[in-house]
Design a protein. Structure first.
Length: 218
């Protein structure tokens, strides 16, 4: 599935001097190819296919780099829905947005999971203010999340800059189809990188795609 509607090729044809010579079916396939390139380059699922993926994380015991933190970052964002979250084999409750009762608060846009803390006053002691349990339980590979990444309403939900990048990349692929799947070619004068050539030819698209590359704090 393409990031922009299949059949929406008018914008591509506007760039061509001889519109009648263009193959509509081929342009449609180039939109799909451009979407695939964007997903591989960014390390994200851009167009949701409705399928869940599973990620396994280490519990940090409520700290990251020695600082208190109750956030867990999924590898892909945005998120359509969270199917399940387990911690040390225990299923946690979760919801999107602010809450005071669920175990985990979800930021679907950025793929962040915030582990709520719960007041814990030792038996027979008065503590002011009350102490709190830490966030994610410490452990190796002890947190499992099943979730559905990507944008589900295409093209409405997708960012405008990504959609424009998809059009530009599709046009480049159409114009240089003989190079598709070839990273570089060696000549007597040296090696030529087709990906670098594309990035120089359509700088806006390259900058946009790079801005969506997956980054998560360690």
């Amino acid at each position: 599935m393409a990031l922009v509607p299949i059949g929406d090729i008018g914008r591509l044809k506007d760039w061509a001097p001889d519109q009648d010579a263009l193959d509509d079916g081929l342009l449609d396939r180039m939109l799909v190819a451009a979407t695939t390139y964007i997903e591989k380059r960014t390390g994200r699922v851009i167009v949701s296919d409705g399928a869940d993926i599973t990620e396994i994380h280490d519990g940090d015991g409520g700290t990251i780099g020695g600082r208190e933190s109750r956030k867990l970052f999924l590898k892909m964002a945005p998120v359509v829905a969270i199917t399940s979250i387990t911690e040390n084999g225990v299923v946690l409750t979760s919801t999107a947005g602010y809450n005071t009762t669920q175990d985990v608060t979800i930021n679907l846009t950025d793929g962040e999971l915030f582990r709520r803390t719960r007041p814990s006053i030792p038996s027979g002691l008065l503590v002011s203010p009350p102490t709190s349990l830490t966030g994610w339980a410490p452990g190796n590979q002890n947190i499992s999340i099943d979730y559905q990444p990507g944008y589900t309403l295409i093209p409405d939900d997708a960012p405008e800059d990504l959609k424009q990048a998809c059009y530009e990349i599709a046009w480049w692929i159409y114009k240089h189809g003989e190079r598709l799947g070839v990273a570089s070619k060696s000549k007597q004068s040296g090696s030529r990188s087709y990906e670098n050539e594309m990035r120089l030819a359509i700088p806006f698209a390259s900058l946009v795609v790079d801005s969506y590359r997956t980054w998560r704090p360690v």
